[in-house]
Design a protein around this ligand. Structure first.
Ligand code: COA
Length: 263
């Protein structure tokens, strides 16, 4: 797919950046969703890609959320059996779910306001590093609710009462406030540098084991019996990769395991 609203940059050690560029405010519409989905699919298949970072090139906005201009619905549309609004919500959920499901670490490098759907995309990532702007599920201030996974992911991440407080009040948190409640993983002084350092640290590790651990950790959102089954399957799967050979051999030779090599 030819990308118009995102740029893919492959950097050192297999760290690959998806940079969103949809002026004026990086609102999320159909085209951006299609491109993001295609990008995650491509990067998932590409063995040279070890860690994915998603960010934007706007000076102060990560993503301003769903495209509100496309959201004034004609109620006449709802008279047939289809529910176009639920369909739209499902599409955005499916797009962000790709980031959650992909078997590689995904970091949101939040370079500015991450509101509504912008916050929901960040929530679907494994890590959130943030330097400036605000983050929040602002939808109830517009008379709607988060419809791209936010009610579920925010609750899993920070607990029911805090999620309710933030969603009901539509509060926009600074990076420091968001960090205090565990919504973001790190307040970054220098976002690009700090994200690169963390991403490269991950990229040097056992990346297949991380992907399988991610599957198992995501299983923790199911009843524990299901989660344990997923863990056992993922554990077994690690032995289908070359990584246990590298890791165990290095351990017995009292060396540091080299999971990544240049070229
Ligand atoms: N969808 C569509 N258009 C949007 C938008 C969105 N999510 N967010 C902002 N815009 C538009 C504004 O209406 C404005 O359009 P105009 O120039 O025709 O008046 C333009 O983008 C610039 O926005 P503005 O608010 O003037 O920019 P800002 O730099 O002062 O603030 C934001 C940027 C992102 C902080 C602010 O626009 C904002 O709070 N947006 C709404 C975020 C939100 O609640 N999203 C939830 C969506 S579910």
């Amino acid at each position: 797919m030819r990308y118009e609203l995102i740029e893919i940059q492959k950097r050192k050690k297999g760290v690959t950046w998806i940079i969103i560029d949809n002026p004026p405010v990086n609102a999320i519409g159909e085209q951006l969703m299609k491109e993001l989905e295609a990008a995650v699919d491509d990067l998932a298949e590409d063995h040279s890609v070890r860690v994915i970072v998603v960010t934007s090139n706007h000076p102060k906005i990560f993503l301003a959320g769903a495209d509100l201009k496309g959201m004034i619905y004609d109620t006449g549309e709802m008279e047939n059996n289809e529910d176009p609004i639920a369909v739209q919500s499902g599409k955005m959920q499916a797009c962000f779910h790709k980031f959650y499901k992909v078997s590689k670490p995904v970091i949101a490098a939040i370079n500015g306001h991450a509101l509504g759907g912008g916050c929901e995309l960040a929530l679907a990532c494994d890590f959130r590093m943030m330097s400036k702007g605000t983050i929040g599920l602002t939808e109830t201030s517009l008379g709607i609710i988060p419809g791209a996974g936010g009610t579920q992911r925010m609750t899993h991440l920070i607990g029911r009462a805090k999620a309710m407080e933030l969603i009901f009040t539509a509060k926009r948190l600074t990076p420091k406030e968001a960090h205090q409640i565990g919504l973001i993983t790190q307040v970054a002084e220098d976002l690009e540098k700090d994200t690169t350092e963390f991403a490269e640290q991950l990229a040097e590790g056992a990346i297949h084991a991380m992907g399988l651990a991610k599957q198992a950790i995501n299983g923790a959102e199911m009843p524990i019996e299901e989660g344990l089954k997923i863990e056992a399957k993922a554990f077994s799967h690690t032995f289908k990769t070359e990584e246990p050979g590298i890791g165990l051999m290095a351990f017995f030779q009292k060396e540091k395991a080299q999971f990544y090599s240049e070229g």
